[in-house]
Design a binder for this molecule. Structure first.
Ligand code: PMP
Length: 400
C-alpha cells in the first residue's frame, strides 16, 4: 500500500495528546524524544498499575496451589491465553493454542526445536527470509542442520525480496514454492525498513497447505494483526515491544495444519507478572485502537521520509523508490532507517543524543542477506509527536 505525500493526521492530534499523557516516562522527560520503540516500547500507566496491583494483591504461582491468590493467578494465565486469541482475531479459538514465552526469539526457537521436526520429511522445503531479523533465520537453519545430521534432508529456499522496496516478492515466491514447500517463515513488519511485508499475499503464493509462521515482533501493538485475514498458522511476538513487561511474549498456533503444537518439557513457573502485564497491554492497545495507532505512526514515518528526501546527505534504506522526487512515499509502519553520506552511523547516534534524540545505530541484527554497514533507525510509536519528527529533521539538516 502506498501513501501519497504526507497523510492528514490533524484529526488524530487531540486523541494522540491524550494517549501520550498516559506514558509517565515520556511526559517525565520532555528533554528527550524516545525514537527506539522497535527495540522496546514504553509502558502506559494502565500497564504499570496492573503490575503494581497484581504484585500487591494477588501474586502467587499458577497451576499449583488451591488458595485464592493461586487460583486467581491460574485464572489470569488462562484468561490471558483467550485475550491473545481475541487480540489476534482468532476465528476458531477452540482449535488454537497459546504458549507463553520470554519473547519472539524464544517463541520462534521453540517452534523450530519442538514442532518443525515433526512436520518435515526428507525432500521437504522451508522458505527462510534471509534479510530479516536473525531471530527469524537462525532457528530454521539450525533445524535444517540438525535434521540433516539425522539423515533427513530439507532444502532451505531463500525468500525472494523486491529490490526496490525490500518487501517480499510474492510473485517470485509463487514460482519458487512447490508441493514440497511445507513451511514459510515471514515477518509482518521489517525491523530495519519498516515495510509491511505483503504478508497477506503469502498464502496465495504458497498454496493452501504450507504452514505460515509470522514474526509479529514489529507489528503487534502497531497495527491490527488478524490471523483470519493473514491465514497464518503461527504468530509469534514479544510483550516488551507491545507495551508489556520484558520477558513476556506468546506463540499463537492454529493447530490445524500439521501436527499439534505442544511444546515439550516441564514448563516450570510461568512469568505470571509478565503475563498479567501482557493482558493489560493488549486491553490498553485495543482501547486505544491499533488502527489509529497505525495511522499515526505511518503518518509520522511518511513525514520523516518526506523530509529526508529533501536532505541530500541522507540515504533512506529499503524504500529507494520513495526518494525519487515524484514518487509516492511508500508506507512504513513507523520505522525509518537511514545513513549519512559522510558521518558514521554510530557517531550520528551519539550526535543525535546530544540533541535529545534516542535512536538505534548499528546493523540491527539483520541476517546474512541484509545491510552490511551500519545505519540509524528511528522507530516511532503512538507517544511520538509531529514536533519531535520536525525537530529531528531540523537537527539532521544542521549536520549537512
Ligand atoms: N523479530 C523482529 C522482527 C525483531 O525486530 C526482533 C527484536 N528486535 C525480534 C524478532 C526479537 O525479539 P526479542 O528480542 O524480543 O526476542
Amino acid at each position: 500500500m502506498c501513501v501519497q505525500g504526507t497523510p492528514p493526521i490533524e484529526e488524530l492530534r487531540e486523541w494522540q495528546r491524550a494517549v501520550r499523557a498516559q506514558f509517565p516516562i515520556i511526559t517525565g522527560h520532555p528533554e528527550h524524544a524516545y525514537l527506539d520503540s522497535a527495540a522496546t516500547a514504553q509502558k502506559p500507566q494502565a500497564v504499570l498499575d496492573c503490575v503494581q496491583t497484581y504484585l500487591t494483591t494477588t501474586n502467587a504461582n499458577a497451576g499449583r496451589g488451591t488458595y485464592p491468590w493461586a487460583n486467581r493467578t491460574t485464572a489470569l494465565v488462562e484468561q490471558t491465553r483467550d485475550r491473545v486469541r481475541r487480540f489476534l482475531d482468532d476465528p476458531a479459538p477452540e482449535q488454537s493454542a497459546v504458549h507463553f514465552t520470554s519473547g519472539t526469539t524464544e517463541g520462534l526457537r521453540t517452534i523450530a526445536r519442538d514442532w518443525l521436526p515433526l512436520l518435515l520429511t526428507d525432500g521437504d522445503e522451508i522458505v527462510v527470509p534471509l534479510a530479516d531479523h536473525q531471530a527469524n533465520i537462525a532457528p530454521w537453519q539450525e533445524v535444517q542442520q540438525e535434521l540433516s545430521r539425522r539423515g533427513t534432508h530439507v532444502r532451505l529456499l531463500p525468500m525472494p525480496y523486491q529490490q526496490s522496496s525490500g518487501d517480499y516478492d510474492h510473485i517470485a515466491l509463487a514460482d519458487l514454492a512447490g508441493p514440497r514447500t511445507r513451511f514459510v517463515a515471514v515477518t509482518h513488519v521489517h525491523h530495519v525498513y519498516g515495510g509491511n511485508m505483503n504478508v497477506h499475499r503469502i498464502r496465495e503464493a504458497v498454496g493452501p497447505d504450507a504452514v505460515i509462521c509470522l514474526d509479529a515482533a514489529q507489528s503487534i501493538g502497531h497495527l491490527p494483526v488478524s490471523v483470519t485475514e493473514l491465514d497464518a498458522d503461527f504468530v509469534v511476538f514479544s510483550g516488551h515491544k507491545a507495551m508489556a513487561l520484558p520477558g513476556s511474549g506468546a506463540v499463537w498456533a492454529r493447530q490445524t495444519r500439521g501436527p499439534a503444537f505442544t511444546p515439550g518439557g516441564w514448563p516450570g513457573t510461568p512469568n505470571t507478572v509478565g503475563i498479567a502485564s501482557l493482558a493489560a497491554a493488549l486491553d490498553w492497545l485495543d482501547a486505544a485502537g491499533t488502527d489509529r495507532i497505525e495511522r499515526w505512526t505511518v503518518a509520522l514515518a511518511a513525514r520523516l521520509t518526506e523530509g529526508l528526501r529533501h536532505l541530500e546527505a541522507y540515504e533512506v534504506l529499503g524504500c529507494r523508490n520513495s526518494l525519487a522526487a515524484d514518487s509516492p512515499v511508500q508506507q512504513r509502519e513507523g520505522i525509518v532507517t537511514f545513513r549519512h553520506r559522510d558521518i558514521d552511523s554510530g557517531d550520528l547516534g551519539f550526535i543525535l543524543f546530544s540533541h535529545g534524540f534516542m535512536v538505534r545505530s548499528d546493523n540491527h541484527c539483520q541476517g546474512s542477506a541484509g545491510e552490511r554497514t551500519g545505519s540509524v533507525r528511528v522507530s516511532l510509536h503512538v507517544y511520538n509527536t509531529v514536533e519531535e519528527v520536525d525537530q529531528l529533521l531540523t537537527a539532521l539538516h544542521t549536520l549537512g
